[in-house]
Design a protein around this ligand. Structure first.
Ligand SMILES: *Cc1c(COP(=O)(O)O)cnc(C)c1O
Length: 435
């Protein structure tokens, strides 16, 4: 399997090249040249397969021979080391909980898979890979945890001082080993700029083997399709045989795009709803066919505060840029913070389930679709554990959340970080702290 750039399809790369480069040299996103259907053999034993067996079969064509099967098996087993349970909400709705990984948000699977692929690709190189990642919160934690202890790799996280929650900061600063955290005196955009400057700095390029762990990397994007296999397998096991609709709380649209890949591989899903907060570029596009990105707005579901979703172009490509074909299987709705809080309260009062603000947005999009299409069975994705948005959940539901083990164990660790500001200080740090 080759990948081509969505900017210029003549620029192609193997899986390993696409993973190491992140973006194509022409700045385009890499896209697989085909989505091969899974075999009849796969489907005839689907009900009894383990998640690792499914993971290897689904990822094998995408890896395209750049990782031997026995190693792919290890990478997938190491990636999927936690559960993705489907929990019943009502007679027509379930939720798929994607927050049981080490950092309690769904980015763990992509982070772990990518880290292990890079670890494998760099195994024979004498020079270690330095991964730079700027984060406004969740991504840095998942990337750090994914790369923790992977030989031949080192991660440097930049985050804006005082702009991440206490739990997020602990997730960034208490890893140790090959993970280092830098607190930048500035905002997220300053962190992002420092990373971008480092990538084009000739001194650094000569000395270090730099790469990025951006969410547009194919090794973070594609394994997310496994969530949908996990959900459909569980629903089939409990005898759900209605048409399935998935509502995915969406920001950069990577997760939902991976769901559409799963469908095109042959998974029986009839419709997708991309549920967004007030960052409504895609819902507006579906109404008007005009794609007009706005600057991002801050909301209570902040992991989805994206004004110009990078992966939407991949979704359009999955439908061969045919607007009407897209609209048949894909809809999108936006919800305000007020609606999101009302949904949190409704899910709790009616169904005794504590959602997080992102899951609540997903619930709203699902309810809307089911009202008009009652013959479907619906699943909304719970992309983060409510503890990660503790203040808003506790305040809206007037309760106190108990603290899960994954979070408890970092609470009494001492944060280790370097504070600096400006690119020159960052460059000096890179030159003196990495070798
Ligand atoms: C990243 C994230 C999202 C958005 O996922 P995309 O793939 O960017 O659409 C939703 N919820 C949570 C909790 C996230 O961390």
């Amino acid at each position: 399997m080759k990948y081509y750039s969505l900017t210029n399809s003549y620029n192609t790369a193997s899986f390993s090249e696409a993973v190491i480069q992140g973006l194509a040299p022409d700045r385009g996103l890499y896209f697989p040249e085909s989505i091969p259907k899974l075999s009849d053999d796969f489907w005839s034993s689907f009900a009894d397969k383990s998640m690792v067996e499914i993971g290897v079969d689904v990822m094998r064509p995408f890896v395209g021979g750049t990782i031997p099967d026995s190693r792919l098996q290890e990478i997938v087993a190491d990636t999927l080391c936690f559960d993705f349970p489907v929990k019943k909400i009502s007679n027509s709705i379930s939720t798929l909980e994607l927050f049981h990984g080490p950092t309690m948000a769904f980015k763990d699977v992509g982070g772990r898979f990518m880290a292990r692929c890079i670890g494998y690709f760099n195994e024979k190189s004498p020079k270690k890979v330095t991964v730079l990642v700027a984060t406004s919160g969740d991504t840095g934690g998942a990337v750090a945890s994914g790369f923790l202890g992977i030989p031949g790799t080192e991660v440097i996280i930049l985050y804006p001082k005082g702009k991440v929650s206490r739990i997020q900061e602990l997730q960034l600063t208490t890893n140790g080993q090959n993970i280092k955290a830098i607190e930048v005196d500035g905002v997220f955009d300053d962190c992002q700029e420092m990373v971008k400057s480092a990538f084009i700095d000739e001194d650094l390029k000569a000395r270090l083997n730099l790469t990025s762990a951006n969410s547009i990397n194919v090794a973070r994007w594609l394994p997310q399709s496994l969530y949908f296999f996990a959900a459909v397998q569980q629903l089939q096991r409990i005898g759900i045989d209605k048409k399935l609709v998935f509502s995915v709380p969406s920001g950069n649209f990577g997760n939902i795009c991976a769901g559409i890949v799963a469908k095109q591989l042959g998974l029986p899903i009839s419709h997708f709803v991309a549920s967004t907060n007030s960052n409504d570029t895609v819902p507006r596009y579906l109404k008007t066919e005009d794609y007009l990105p706005h600057p991002s707005k801050q909301t209570i579901s902040n992991a989805m505060d994206v004004g110009n979703p990078s992966n939407f172009i991949r979704i359009q490509s999955l439908y061969n840029r045919d607007f009407n074909a897209l609209k048949k299987e894909f809809s999108s709705r936006a919800y305000s913070d007020r609606k999101t809080k009302e949904a949190l309260a409704e899910i709790y009062k009616k169904y005794n389930y504590i959602a997080d603000p992102h899951g609540a947005v997903g619930y709203l999009g699902l309810q809307n679709f089911l009202k008009e299409n009652p013959e479907h069975y619906g699943v909304f994705l719970e992309t983060a554990h409510p503890i990660k948005f503790r203040d808003i959940v506790e305040e809206t539901l007037s309760l106190e959340l108990s603290i899960p083990a994954q979070i408890q164990h970092i609470l009494d660790k001492t944060p280790e970080k370097t504070s600096l500001s400006g690119y020159e200080a960052f460059k000096e740090y890179l030159l003196s702290h990495t070798a």
